[in-house]
Design a protein around this ligand. Structure first.
Ligand code: GTP
Ligand code: MG
Length: 370
């Protein structure tokens, strides 16, 4: 990108945001932590702070699933990561649940009760698809934007009886901004008031031209409730993924993103993470946001213990010393000392941020994407 926020720059240089702000102030530039600066100014700042040790891990810097030093012959095909987006109540979670039921190796009926925001479906042909849920309320639009950031494909859920709504439009914008292809799932076609043609016409106003109108946007009619159209939706996702030639290097220490995290009374900190590259193993020392710990257990959405998790795999990890924030980067580090160094730095950044007033004042989109 041509611009960078002060926050992002401070993360990358491992320099406090306030110090950058002070430096810029002396140059006559008044900026806040979430403001953006252009490349030239960023370079000037970087030169000024040039002797500072870089402590931030690659996962904070590199986006996507490929690292700068991954060579072609290291890369292997990985499952697509699909984020479900759409307006409140249009059926995102229901669709996720319905899709999960298509898993060929799903456990006993009723075996999966808890809702988690990420899981992988295993398909008849041996393929896999990773699905991420996103919250439906406007307050979480920043989270959704971030979801699109680790996403290969967006499935946009539009209720056939309700049509395109503000958060549908917002989701379209986020997907477009992130350059992620959209597949439209027209949901609730079982309902009496369902009108797919209306949905397709309303999408036109957002420059999404359906294939049925000669455009390139795939639309699929589904009913999460009646489990209609699910196979077709999965087929479309697989076709799209093949076109995209999705790959990652499984043969390096793992890096990825925290999807959600909580403190569980019995189990301690439980973080659901998505591995972007490398392979996460039980026993690895992990830094996630401002937290760290040795991975005591790796669990999939069926609560099955795994010994390792490769690219595109969502997995619960136990063993962190606290709950990181959704969207935080995680990375495996070589030892405890390194982990402490990183988390100390990040906790300092967090405190500084709060002191600057950024955290309390609400989170900007740019901030969440950083
Ligand atoms: P938020 O997460 O709150 O934004 O909602 P959501 O998009 O995840 O929607 P959710 O899956 O919670 O579904 C909302 C309501 O629509 C629920 O009452 C579902 O039972 C209902 N619903 C979802 N899919 C269908 C469908 O295909 N047909 C019918 N008739 N109802 C559906
Ligand atoms: Mg939901």
């Amino acid at each position: 990108p041509d611009v960078i926020t002060v926050q992002e720059l401070s993360n990358r240089m491992a320099v406090r945001g306030v110090d950058i702000i002070k430096f810029l102030m002396r140059q006559g530039v008044m900026l806040k932590i979430n403001d953006v600066i252009d490349n030239d100014t960023a370079e000037l700042v970087a030169t000024e702070f040039g002797h500072t040790v870089r402590r931030v891990s690659d996962a904070d810097v590199e986006e996507g699933f490929l690292a700068a030093d991954d060579h072609d012959d290291h890369l292997e095909v990985r499952p697509p990561v699909v984020t479900i987006m759409g307006h409140v109540d249009h059926g995102k979670t229901s669709l996720l649940d319905a899709l999960r039921s298509t898993d060929v190796v799903k456990g006993e009926a009723g075996g999966i009760t808890q809702h988690i925001g990420a899981y992988q479906v295993r398909l008849q042909d041996g393929g896999r698809i990773t699905f991420l849920d996103t919250p439906g309320h406007a307050a979480f639009s920043a989270m959704r934007a971030r979801g699109a950031n680790i996403t290969d494909i967006v499935v946009l859920v539009v209720a056939a009886d309700d049509g395109v709504k503000p958060q549908t439009a917002e989701a379209i914008q986020h997907a477009k901004a992130a350059g992620v292809p959209i597949i439209v799932a027209i949901n609730k076609i079982d309902k009496p008031g369902a009108d797919s043609t209306r949905v397709i016409n309303e999408l036109l106003q957002h420059e999404l031209v359906a294939e049925s109108l000669g455009g390139d946007i795939q639309t699929v009619e589904v009913s999460a409730k009646e489990k209609l159209g699910l196979d077709e939706l999965i087929e479309r996702i697989q076709l799209q993924a093949e076109l995209m030639d999705l790959k990652a290097n499984p043969d390096r220490t793992a890096e990825g993103v925290v999807i959600e995290a909580k403190l569980d009374k019995g189990r301690g900190a439980v973080a659901t993470v998505l591995v972007k590259r490398g392979t996460l193993k039980r026993g690895d020392i992990v830094v996630a946001g401002a937290q760290f710990g040795r991975v005591r257990a790796l669990l999939n959405e069926r609560d099955e213990q795994l010994t390792e998790a490769g690219p595109s795999t969502p997995v619960e990890i136990l063993g962190l010393d606290g709950a990181p924030s959704p969207g935080d980067a995680f990375a495996v580090v070589e030892n405890d000392a390194r982990a402490r160094e990183l988390t100390d730095y990040r906790q300092r950044v967090k405190r500084d941020k709060a002191a600057v007033g950024g955290a309390a004042a609400g989170v900007s989109l740019t901030d969440m994407m950083a």
